[in-house]
Design a protein around this ligand. Structure first.
Ligand code: FPP
Length: 291
């Protein structure tokens, strides 16, 4: 039995291959020896506030097994489940998963329809897990362009979980970083025009747009920027994901394909994150002293 304390230290009672952790008050449940080793390295007081994930490699995972691409997407739902539950139990404030981009409409119609149906089933099936873990849910992107049934299910899920107080799980759906910035700019212009008209003017007075104005109108307006961006399947790209918000994020790319991304791989990303020195354009403290 392993008891995990807030600072990431353990009281070790047994050395069995499957160990147990208690992250008070909730439990991570049984952990493997590998997970226990990674948890031991983790400082639970320095976890990222917001983790964003580009879930990539479902198609390749299926291809390697001579299965249709959609089998990879189905298998990927288990990785999403594990990631969501683990992050919630580690008290991560926000988790954002890239499920469908504005560019993904270029895929075959059958794959798009499968993905939409999979998402609807996923939301329904995972509702008890989301409730149990006190998770709030939202959808980021041009959701008004989604099929009616998907819009209805996403709206109902958001409403059903609205009273929860724990982690904010965002699913990026019909999402594009550039379109998000364009939408934010247009929202600012609309708000300004409405304000000018309310004051009896037909045109808005010229007023520069600030970074704060823009950030306030993004889909992620009330969330902290991601501290950690994880991308699976080895591609070194950000693929139009949260372009504004990842300005200072640490990027962790793993060769693991998304359906193989399990709890140990997530903990590995967190351990790696804690080794990084985040300077936000400044210089590190020792260098400053040396000057
Ligand atoms: C990329 O694999 C993955 C996606 C298009 C996102 C869909 C993710 C899932 C279905 C996982 C479950 C998540 C939720 C929230 C239901 P790819 O097809 O681009 O893989 P490839 O690059 O190997 O072709």
């Amino acid at each position: 039995m392993l008891t995990l304390r807030r600072k990431g230290t353990f009281d070790q009672y047994t050395d069995s291959a499957v160990l147990h952790t208690r992250l008070h008050p909730e439990s991570l449940g049984p952990v493997t020896a590998e997970e226990a080793r990674l948890l031991e390295k983790l400082d639970l007081s320095r976890l990222p506030r917001h983790i964003a994930v580009i879930m990539d490699g479902n198609g390749r995972w299926a291809q390697k097994r001579h299965l249709p691409r959609i089998a990879g997407h189905s298998a990927g739902t288990q990785s999403a489940r594990t990631t969501i539950e683990t992050c919630a139990r580690l008290h991560i404030e926000a988790l954002t998963l890239y499920a469908f981009s504005v560019e993904n409409w270029r895929r075959p119609k059958t794959e798009i329809e499968f993905l939409m149906q999979l998402l609807r089933e996923y939301i329904r099936k995972e509702m008890p897990l989301l409730q149990r873990n006190n998770i709030r849910m939202r959808f980021l992107g041009r959701t008004e362009e989604l099929p009616d049934a998907v819009r209805r299910d996403t709206r109902e899920a958001t409403e059903a979980l609205a009273k929860n107080t724990g982690m904010v799980l965002s699913i990026a759906l019909n999402y594009g970083g550039r379109s998000e910035i364009v939408d934010a700019m247009n929202a600012i212009l609309d708000a300004r025009l409405a304000q000018a008209q309310a004051n009896g003017h037909n045109r808005q007075p010229h007023q520069p747009i600030t970074e704060e104005d823009l950030a306030r109108h993004l889909y992620t307006a009330d969330l902290p920027d991601p501290d950690l961006l994880i991308r699976t399947s080895g591609e070194m790209r950000v693929s139009n994901f949260l372009l504004w918000q990842i300005a200072y994020a640490e990027i962790f790319v793993t060769d693991t394909l998304w359906p193989d991304f399990n709890r140990a791989r997530l903990l590995e990303a967190l351990v790696d994150f804690q080794k990084r020195e985040r300077r936000y354009g400044a210089i590190s403290p020792p260098a400053r002293i040396a000057r």
